[in-house]
Ligand binder design. Structure first.
Ligand code: PGA
Length: 255
């Protein structure tokens, strides 16, 4: 194992799921985050914004990090319904997902919007989890690598480093579908992301940036996906709503 290999991160993206009663899921995750697992992998949960404060309070002492799922680029102002990165940090978040494909698709977010949000995350002291990934049409047209590299160049701010940036490769066609790319395809895209990161954060820091794979990660396929070169963890949607599944995915790192 290379000395540069970063500590893996398994992050749960709850999306628009979870009420106060979901604290139970978080408590189960805490209970299962044993010292043995903690030694191998970092865990984060990104609940809906309404639960961040409560989740952060519950997580004190458990070392499960809490994250937001989106933020506004501005610090404050007349933006009804939006939340700033500073608000997420104030509520106890240390991560925020930006540029998730559902934001890009349903809220028409472009790379420059995603970049501005990542800048805001850094300004607030948060680590930005910047999502990139091709659609099925783009993959079938042989454009997956070009699309991902372009998204990365447009979405990763210049002040990024291995502490404040995590990249998540999430092929759009794999999200919530039960489909996953082959290990070889994941390896190819993650290697391309690593190369691009050399230009974006510098040669010395690029090997330390966590590159997560996301899209239909389950306990049954996690070990294979997490073993792929340059895969430093997972961004998990559906399976993160069930503590046993989320912990089962993280358990891939127990070997
Ligand atoms: P999924 O979602 O694990 O349900 O496919 C992943 C994501 O959208 O982050």
């Amino acid at each position: 194992m290379s000395v540069d290999r970063p500590r893996p991160l398994v992050a749960g993206n709850w999306k628009m799921n979870g009420l106060r009663a979901s604290a139970r899921v978080l408590e189960e995750i805490h209970a299962g985050y044993t010292p043995g697992l903690r030694a191998k992998v970092e865990l984060a949960v990104c609940p809906p914004a309404t639960l961040i404060g409560h989740a952060a309070q519950l997580s004190v002492g458990s070392r499960v990090a809490i994250g937001g799922q989106d933020c506004h680029a501005k610090e404050s102002g007349a933006f009804t319904g939006d939340l700033s990165a500073e608000m997420l940090a104030d509520a106890g978040a240390t991560y925020v997902i930006v540029g998730h494909s559902e934001r890009r698709q349903y809220h028409k977010e472009k790379d420059q919007d995603v970049c501005a949000k990542a800048v805001a995350a850094h300004r607030a002291g948060l680590t930005a989890i910047v999502c990139v990934g091709e659609t099925r049409e783009e993959r079938e047209a042989g454009k997956a690598l070009a699309v991902v590299k372009k998204q990365l160049r447009g979405s990763v701010p210049v002040d990024s480093n291995s502490h404040n940036l995590v990249v998540a490769y999430e092929p759009v066609w794999a999200i919530g579908t039960g489909l996953t790319p082959t290990a070889a395809d994941v390896a190819e895209v993650h290697a391309a992301i690593r190369e691009e990161l050399k230009r974006l954060v510098g040669k010395a820091d690029a090997p330390k940036v966590r590159i997560l794979y996301g899209g239909s990660v389950k306990p049954t396929n996690a070990a294979e996906l997490m073993a792929v070169e340059n895969v430093n963890g997972a961004l998990v949607g559906g399976a993160s709503l069930v503590a046993a599944d989320f912990l089962g995915i993280a358990g891939a790192y127990l070997g």
